[in-house]
Design a protein around this ligand. Structure first.
Ligand code: SAM
Ligand code: SF4
Length: 337
């Protein structure tokens, strides 16, 4: 699938729930978040159908996200079914890691992370913005730091092909810890990426007081680590720019600068499916199209679902609107990051 601007679409990011066991300030409003009624959420069978059709249309990479995907019931079964779909060459999960170290079933020695690897999940993208327990609890709204670290260790042990850490940059929260995060990632052989804060929760989150641009984060790191060497050839299927840390045995770190990188959207290859069945051509646009109606109409065939994909790809904007005084609509937790 190719859009009007030459973006080749091969990546589907699928949210399976808008619920979460954490309450990150940048992802959801701090006042009461209304969860979607259960009937509005696509069943696993409906989601698998969309993915199957998508794969027939050229989707080769699928990442499961949320909310927190591991809070949804029977999620291991879902991943096992996903792993059976032919034609996907990369299955990933985005998670806060707090449930990865848990036994998959009571009294069993396999962890949730082990079961995901067995089901064919290759990469785990884990959110970790800080190594300070108090800052973690402040940002995530839950005192789950130890669970997250245990989850990261369980992910490493389970043998994912890659475990990546996503750290959202927040001035006044973690700018004094950037070196520590780099060291943490080096010690555990994790691929660390620093992400600029985007206006996807409430507009107030994205103030000058909170926002830390990737260029500044890079400068802070270089102050102690020395010049980071650009790695323009190193890519991981997304918009991150990678650099090598000097005298580190080849450690790579990435920067994802949606707000300040004007070429951010040039290589976009992604569509998003929300858990209530909206197909979104771009994270930073309010455009979304209701696929659930098609999926739940007995008259509609897989060909109709395929046509729906093509129509949405055709509406994909050239670039996101975050820099245009963007007012968040649907929150990140209900889109799927
Ligand atoms: N619960 C999982 C997790 O935390 O990784 C998956 C869903 S979460 C919405 C996916 C990613 O979105 C996380 O890495 C999180 O840091 C990122 N994210 C959420 N809100 C963000 C924001 N306002 N700006 C940048 N990244 C954000
Ligand atoms: Fe939950 Fe992930 Fe959003 Fe945090 S970033 S509230 S862990 S969905």
């Amino acid at each position: 699938m190719e859009d009007r601007f030459g973006h080749h679409i091969s990546y589907l990011r699928v949210s399976i729930t808008d619920r979460c066991n954490e309450r990150c300030r940048y992802c959801m409003p701090q006042e009461e978040q209304e969860w979607l009624p259960r009937d509005d959420v696509l069943s696993y069978e409906e989601i698998l159908r969309v993915i199957r059709v998508g794969v027939g249309m050229g989707i080769s990479k699928v990442r499961i996200t949320g909310g927190e995907p591991l809070t949804r019931r029977n999620v291991i079964w879902f991943f096992e079914e996903l792993g059976k779909i032919e034609g996907i060459n990369d299955i990933g999960i985005s998670t806060n890691a707090t449930l990865l170290a848990k036994p998959a079933n009571e009294g069993e020695s396999l962890t949730v992370a082990d079961c995901l690897v067995r089901a064919g999940v290759r990469t785990a993208n884990i959110s970790l913005d800080t190594l300070d327990r108090e800052t973690y609890a402040h940002n995530a709204g839950r005192d789950y730091y130890d669970l997250a670290i245990a989850g990261i260790d369980a992910a490493k042990k389970a043998g994912f092909e890659a475990v990546k850490i996503n750290a959202v940059l927040m001035r006044g929260q973690n700018e004094h810890e950037l070196w520590d995060l780099v060291e943490f990632a080096r010690e555990r052989e994790l691929l660390l990426r620093f992400i600029e804060l985007m206006p996807v929760s409430s507009k107030e989150m994205l103030t000058d007081a909170n926002f830390l641009p990737t260029a500044e984060a890079k400068k802070i790191l270089e102050y102690r680590l020395g010049a980071l060497k650009p790695l323009p050839e190193f890519k991981t299927n997304g918009p991150a720019s990678y650099f090598e840390v000097p005298d580190s045995g080849g450690q790579k770190i990435g920067f994802i600068g949606a707000m300040t990188n004007f070429h951010f959207c040039d290589t976009c290859n992604k569509l998003r499916l929300t858990c209530d069945g909206k197909l979104r051509p771009c994270l930073g646009s309010h455009l979304e199209f209701d696929m659930r109606d098609v999926l739940r109409d007995p008259e509609m065939t897989d060909d109709d679902v395929a046509k729906f994909f093509l129509n949405v790809v055709d509406r994909k904007p050239e670039q996101h609107e975050f820099r245009d005084n963007y007012e968040p609509g649907r929150k990140m937790i209900a889109i799927g990051g």
